[in-house]
Design a protein around this ligand. Sequence first.
Ligand code: FE2
Ligand code: FE2
Length: 327
Amino acid sequence: MKFSELTRLEVLKHLDGFVSGAVTEYMKPPEQMWQPADHLPDTARESFFDEVKQLQERAKELSYDVLAVLIGDMITEEALPTYESWLYAMDGINELGEDCGWRRWTRAWTAEENRHGDLLNRYLYLSGRVNMREVEASTQYLISDGFNIETGHDPYRNFIYTSFQEVATNVSHRRVATLAKKAGDTTLSKICGLVAADEARHAKAYQAFISKIFEVDPNEAILAFEDMMRKKIVMPAHFLREIGTRIGDTYGHFTNAAQRLGVYTAHDYVEIVQELLKTWKVEELADLAPSGEKAREYLLRLPDRLLRVAERMKLPELEYKFRWILA
Ligand SMILES: [Fe+2]
Ligand SMILES: [Fe+2]
């Protein structure tokens, strides 16, 4: 009997070398990597004020919804302490020690992600269109409120979540880049394009981790995948709020704006599920226990079911005034 004989810790140990290798394969050292300062006006240059003026002129062309989505995306990036501590609390990781591949990966990933919030934050600050105090209060709320993405501390569920989530952030930043370009804001378009490219790289790495887990522990992997799909992948900022509102109140308005713009939609969700099914070769998996076969059946039917739901969904029209955005 080979089903589920392995513990999570054994699997993590077995893959530690692979994950260690992923740090060098998927990540670049700081001196080779772009940094936020490369893409924004330098305060030490004499041309600084002129450059800011130009930046503000271009930012005037961004629509209200684009700005709302960009701020929501930025706050999501800024809540990085939540994500790092979540990955650091994963089952089995303490037993592997401080310098295991999984922890090295988590630190390197955090270090890359940290640039995203910095860059977007600095752009928004310079844009002159944002009430930064309100945005900062939302960020403080979000980090303080944490999240509940229902992965528990299970490494399989964690990395199924990140495999999905990194694609979702790639889609979202990429589309904002396109909208910014259309509005004539080439600086912002470039910024969002750079962030999107990082997210795509992260997605590839996380999907590779789960592919490896599928190789050694397919039944447990598919059960974890099924479980996360039944629970639905909620975005990490689902507790988003502004001053004076309740926990999670602002999140719906943020996602409505994203749906209206076509930046991240229910159809995108379905496409990501399809991508994951294909990447992890769910249709061809061998050696599944009866429970795994049942999970596969559910998973293979899921895209069609989700598509039917997506087709029935109405585009949210409700206009909402965010405290974040200056008139
Ligand atoms: Fe990011
Ligand atoms: Fe990412």
